[in-house]
Design a protein around this ligand. Structure first.
Ligand SMILES: Cc1cc2nc3c(=O)[nH]c(=O)nc-3n(C[C@H](O)[C@H](O)[C@H](O)COP(=O)(O)OP(=O)(O)OC[C@H]3O[C@@H](n4cnc5c(N)ncnc54)[C@H](O)[C@@H]3O)c2cc1C
Length: 194
């Protein structure tokens, strides 16, 4: 779509609707929205509450991130794992104990999901930002993260949904190559002490 003129865009939209019949009812809206198109909108959402008495939101029904950062399935599995653990820990399955377990599940997951949403949003922006500063920083960050065992370990751990270990300001400076990292070949301290 980048650089496509109005005629080409209209042909693309017609082909999209033709090849994806479920989009038929949206055909007019798609054509009208073409001038305001975003080739890759980077959306995310998190329900303010993950539970109500007798009800828990797990996976995509409770939170969504852009697929680019590959976080949705991880987070859904982590939700299910945490919910199962909370239910196991609640003992007898009475209405009251299950509701307590649901609250424990929501408490344990909500903060992690805020973090997952933020890092996947930032990661997606890093590779989609078309401004020259965005492209420069994004490429440098990808290259420097790939070349730094310590930061790569932390980023992959966070992105796999296995935990929450935010990067420090110093890590960020290493990540964009402004400061050399003498610990680049080490395991992160949090992993050594875990
Ligand atoms: C293009 C794309 C690429 C992605 N890539 C990745 C990736 O690389 N890594 C990653 O971790 N995640 C990725 N994701 C996200 C991941 O697929 C989802 O986060 C994950 O599948 C969510 O699991 P879920 O069980 O919550 O929902 P779903 O997998 O959507 O399961 C919901 C199920 O409920 C069924 N259902 C819906 N309504 C009803 C109803 N009324 N009655 C009965 N059944 C119903 C649906 O048919 C579906 O089977 C990607 C998503 C997309 C769209």
């Amino acid at each position: 779509m980048r650089g496509a003129g109005p005629g080409e865009q209209a042909r693309w939209a017609a082909a999209l609707v033709r090849d994806t019949p479920a989009l038929g009812p949206l055909a007019d809206a798609i054509h009208e929205a073409l001038p305001r198109r975003q080739t890759l909108p980077v959306g995310r959402a998190l329900a303010p509450l993950l539970t109500r008495p007798g009800l828990a939101l797990v996976g995509d029904c409770g939170h969504l991130v852009h697929p680019m950062a590959a976080q949705g399935m991880n987070s859904a599995v982590a939700d299910a794992d945490r919910l199962a653990a909370a239910l196991r820990e609640c003992g007898d399955l009475t209405a009251a104990s299950v509701d307590r377990a649901l609250l424990a599940y929501a408490r344990a997951r909500h903060a992690d999901l805020v973090h997952v949403g933020r890092i996947s949003h930032n990661a997606a922006r890093m590779v989609t930002d078309l401004s020259w500063t965005g492209r420069l920083l994004g490429r440098r960050a990808l290259r420097c993260t790939g070349g730094n065992d310590r930061i790569r370990y932390t980023v992959m751990h966070n992105m796999a949904g296995l935990g929450t270990h935010p990067l420090t300001l110093l890590d960020r400076l290493h990540q964009i190559g402004l400061l050399p990292d003498p610990r680049a070949r080490q395991e992160p301290a949090w992993a050594r002490h875990a």
